[in-house]
Design a protein around this ligand. Sequence first.
Ligand code: GDP
Ligand code: MG
Length: 191
Amino acid sequence: RSIRVAITGRPNVGKSTLMNRILGFDRVLTGPKPGLTRDSVEADCAWEGRQFTVVDTAGRVRSSKFEHYDDLGGQVAGQANEEAERAVHFAHIVVLLVDVSKLLAGGTALSSYLTHFEATIAANALRHGRPLIVLANKMDLVDGKSPEEREIVNKFLNEGLQNYQGVKCIPVSAKTGLGMGFLFPAVAETY
Ligand code: GDP
Ligand code: MG
């Protein structure tokens, strides 16, 4: 009965921080499963009477396995495929985190950051009929940036994964909690 939500994204985009944020959000949390620890990857939540199970799919895998996402070699392609398969296997809805501070570091070309990994996750989710929500995380790092840099982020928020029709892109900060109130409404609406 529970709506299963996969939290996916490259290493260090903030998946664990987001899980902790959800767990700490007392209006959402109904109680972790017995034995929930730092290493656990699932959390049961409720929002407006609906049950959700949020899963950090990468949490089951040794992080060393995912260290080289940013390379575009064949081995990396295999890992992106694996992660994409895990997300659709575990969940009804796929949430893809992107670190917007990396967009800034990557310059004006969105494609310099949004590469094979994001495309693989998105395409696989939609191929399996899973709604996809993109979270533009670490928005707190955009404050104080130049107008040019903010424009790069705005472009991403507006156009994001434009090849994937109807994908919602929500600006958040898992660290500060910014935008978190939009996550469950978006999930519930998408489902
Ligand atoms: P994971 O590998 O995807 O699980 O990423 P983590 O949750 O471990 O976060 C990686 C790093 O990014 C940590 O140092 C976090 O504190 C930091 N981080 C996560 N979310 C945010 C955010 O919204 N803003 C900022 N500034 N840092 C964040
Ligand atoms: Mg993690």
